[in-house]
Ligand binder design. Structure first.
Ligand code: ACO
Length: 321
């Protein structure tokens, strides 16, 4: 038994923040942001618009493409670092929004790798016969935990949600997933407060994403190079058998580095960072949905999804679409 993607969906908040807008907020320039990151604009949730709102819209789009009803879903898993509440978890909240009751529902926190972790967990449940149809979502409102006066972080991130319906199938499907983490890097990218430690005063200047960008960059490039090699080796495949690389959208230079390592031309890499910025767990499923709806990703093609994020966590998924 395999799991296969039956539908994809995404949702981006209406409000767009351009590099030019950021020039008015911090000492930066459109040119610097484009050159160093590839980002031109990002979407930002409006006041009162939450991660759950984004999840619901992305999920409904995926449900529609899959041609199913919400009641057909027997597992919900949401990857996010920016949940609406500490509990109930985001899967439960999304289940209620969709008007379905009783199926298992969970949230998973693995920073930018959250969707890949969620996809891998759902795949295992389906392969072992414990679920038939899973809704898997990656969603964030990172704009809520960014210091908008810190130019080293605020130019990078955006909000959004991406979703897939994963269903049991005799044909692949998800061929393999590969998950890793290494907590020794916990101080390079983190959010400094939480329930048990206590939340700092939001105005203290510490309750925001903290990142040593340069060091994150270096580890990301080498680690992503290794994970794509591991994925190919595990399946005895070469890079030219991959139709599309669908990477986490953190920085165009990191994406190009991974493509170079694979000797893959950028024409076979899905890039959305210019319009989405870094949306953490939402980035890979949104890029997948863009490529599917534009008709670039076609049924039967082989996709390599990869992501890297705070922790560090990293992972990949090889998929026959
Ligand atoms: N505008 C203008 N100048 C800036 C800006 C800005 N927004 N930000 C930094 N600078 C300046 C710095 O102050 C520095 O100036 P100095 O030389 O006078 O000290 C100069 O630009 C170069 O700064 P660096 O940090 O060395 O720039 P770098 O080329 O490393 O780019 C960046 C910074 C874009 C953050 C890069 O390191 C990066 O992308 N790192 C990875 C970040 C990332 O991907 N994080 C998330 C991954 S995991 C996840 O998605 C949660």
């Amino acid at each position: 038994m395999y799991s296969r993607i039956a539908g994809t969906g995404r949702f981006l908040p209406e409000k767009v923040l351009t590099n030019k807008d950021l020039e008015k907020m911090v000492e930066t320039s459109d040119e610097w942001i484009r050159e160093r990151t590839g980002i031109q604009e990002r979407h930002i949730a409006s006041d009162g618009e939450t991660t759950l709102d984004l999840c619901e819209k992305a999920a409904r789009n995926a449900i529609e493409m899959a041609g199913i009803e919400p009641a057909d879903i027997d597992m919900i898993i949401v990857g996010t670092t920016t949940p609406d509440l500490v509990f109930p978890n985001m899967g439960v909240l999304l289940q209620d929004r969709l008007g379905i009751h009783g199926c298992m529902a969970m949230g998973i926190e693995a920073a930018c790798t959250g969707f890949i972790y969620a996809l891998s967990i759902a795949d295992k449940f389906i392969k072992t016969g414990n679920a038939k149809r899973a809704l898997v979502v990656g969603a964030e409102t990172l704009s809520r935990i960014i210091d908008w006066s810190d130019r080293t972080t605020c130019v990078l991130f955006g909000d959004g949600a991406g979703a897939v319906i994963l269903e049991a199938s005799e044909e692949p499907g998800v061929i393999s997933t590969h998950l890793h983490a290494d907590g020794k890097y916990k101080d390079l990218l983190y959010f400094p407060s939480g329930v048990s430690r206590g939340f700092a005063d939001l105005k203290s200047g510490t309750d925001f994403v903290q990142m040593k960008g340069n060091e994150v960059f270096k580890v990301a490039v080498t680690t992503l190079g290794r994970i794509v090699e591991e994925t190919l080796e595990a399946n005895d495949m070469s890079a030219d058998e991959i139709d599309w690389l669908i990477p986490h959208q953190a920085n165009i230079r990191i994406i190009e580095g991974t493509a170079r390592k694979l000797k893959m031309p950028m024409e076979r890499v899905i890039v959305t960072i210019h319009e989405h910025g870094n949306t953490s767990a939402a980035s890979v499923p949104m890029a997948l949905d863009v490529a599917v709806r534009e008709g670039r990703v076609q049924r039967g093609q082989t996709l390599l999804l990869e992501a890297f994020g705070g922790g560090f966590t990293w992972g990949s998924a090889l998929i026959r679409f």
